[in-house]
Design a protein around this ligand. Structure first.
Ligand SMILES: O=C(O)Cc1cc(O)ccc1O
Ligand SMILES: [Fe+2]
Length: 456
């Protein structure tokens, strides 16, 4: 078997960062691993070079407006019809799909978990996917799911595509090598990757992290594709800049041995056996592509005089709905930044929100919760359920000296959706669920005593 990835040919496992990428968000890219493999001036010549087959992969309806029309042309050793034989049912009981209602009997409340433990058995990126919440309805292409992946095994002859949505992958421990139809990406903690709906890929562990494996979070977006948020009065720069998104150059496997294609389709899993690798795309062009992005390149804009702005200022990617400003899901980060606001309670305020907030932590501490929210952990503050700083954080921030202060070495994030997030049985029964989470607010005592100063 050979991996072809020009010009760094045969990028072997272990060689992190030797892969090549093309910069830009939503660009029309072109790339070939063999010279002349990509037709010029047309998509579908009578005969393609090297005996390749031409195939279009459409990520939007043919007639979508120009700004949201996404498709790529793939030039491959065999067309995908040769990859999709007769499917058999496959059991992947921990990967759930919306609607998945009443899956547990846990009482309504704010929830927090310590990290998901690594299973003792061999699990790869697909069998190690653990759904925490589902929202909306995949069948109507609305909503999302929040997952955690825990894996300790490479996908070698197994390949996967998800017809139900795109996958936003947020590693927390361990570096992944993601080999997609359009090329290879190495993705480490503090980076994210996006795999478009319907695109085949496999995942191996390039550098092991926790327990000799890898762990992270995934947002499965059933709705409109993630795009960059409008910057409004911020102007043409800052937040996530388009050139920091990286799309892989073409790479292919020439492998004629037994392989399996796994598919998730309307919440069900299916498998078919084939005699070759489906990652056989030698050249491609188009704008329906996977990409990765380094969260350290996000340029935050924030409060430079007083008050705490809404966290939407930290939106990296947004998946819109038809209702203005009402996201199917937003991917928001809380990156290292300077806090300088005067006469201000600087951490997040207490609040209730129509949107439902799933949070994870990649490293460091989160300013509203210095204790109890640890890297690899997660919290769920669902539609209209009150939350905010714990008692310790409130006290500390209410009495802090308000000089310039850098929040450093930290990266939290939020999957925030307009749809209520339904808990799975797995999450409700997870041993790392913190039974005492609500106690973090129990020390918030009455300070009102009828005087303007209140009780200290
Ligand atoms: O709840 C949270 O911790 C996330 C959050 C952060 C913030 O700065 C403002 C609102 C908000 O929901
Ligand atoms: Fe919140």
């Amino acid at each position: 078997m050979t991996d072809h990835n020009e010009p760094t040919k045969n990028a072997e496992k272990g060689g992190a960062n030797d892969l090549r990428y093309m910069p830009g968000f939503g660009n029309d890219f072109e790339t070939e691993s063999l010279p002349g493999a990509l037709p010029q001036g047309q998509n579908s010549p009578q005969k393609c070079a090297y005996g390749l087959y031409a195939e279009q992969l459409s990520g939007s309806p043919f007639t979508a407006p120009r700004g949201t029309n996404e498709r790529s042309w793939l030039y491959r050793i065999r067309p995908s019809v040769k990859h999709n034989g007769r499917f058999a049912a496959l059991d992947r009981p921990f990967w759930k799909t919306a609607p998945c209602l009443n899956d547990h009997s846990l009482a309504l409340g704010q929830l927090r978990w310590d990290p998901v433990p690594m299973p003792k058995d061999a699990v790869d990126f697909i069998s190690g996917m653990r759904t925490v919440t589902t929202a909306g309805d995949a069948m109507t292409q609305t909503g999302m799911a929040s997952h955690v992946y825990v894996c300790n095994t490479d996908m070698v002859d197994d390949y996967f595509f998800n017809a139900d949505g795109e996958l936003l992958i947020v590693p927390e421990s361990g570096t992944l090598r993601i080999f997609t139809e359009l090329g290879m990406m190495d993705v480490a903690p503090l980076e994210i990757a996006l795999i478009p709906r319907g695109m085949l890929f496999k995942v191996s562990i390039l550098e092991a992290g926790i327990d000799g494996g890898a762990r992270g979070y995934v947002c499965e977006n059933y709705g409109a594709k993630f795009t960059l948020p409008e910057r409004g009065p911020i102007g043409a720069n800052c937040l996530a800049n388009p050139r920091d998104f990286k799309t892989p150059v073409a790479a292919y496997e020439d492998k004629e041995t037994p392989c399996r294609v796994l598919v998730k389709w309307c919440g069900q899993f299916h498998v078919t056996e084939i005699g070759h690798s489906p990652l056989d795309v030698v050249a491609w062009h188009g704008n329906y592509t996977p990409f990765k992005y380094d969260l350290r390149t996000f340029s935050p804009v924030g409060a430079i005089l007083f008050d705490h702005p809404d966290p939407s200022i930290f939106t990296v990617l947004t998946a819109p709905t038809d209702e203005a400003g009402t996201a199917n899901v937003d991917f928001v980060i809380f990156p290292p930044r300077w806090m300088v606001a005067e006469n201000t309670f600087r951490p997040p305020w207490y609040h209730r929100n129509i949107m439902s907030e799933f949070m994870g932590l990649i490293c460091g501490q989160y300013d509203a919760k210095e204790e109890g929210f640890v890297p690899g952990g997660m919290s769920l503050h669902n539609m209209m359920l009150a939350h905010g700083p714990d008692a310790y954080g409130f006290d500390k921030a209410s009495n802090a000296e308000l000089g310039p202060q850098k929040l450093d070495g930290t990266m939290a994030f939020m999957f925030e959706t307009r749809y209520p997030q339904q808990l799975t049985k797995f999450a409700a029964e997870l041993e790392t669920l913190q039974d005492d989470y609500l106690d973090c607010w129990s020390g918030l005592e009455r300070k009102f005593d009828g005087t303007p100063e209140g009780r200290p």
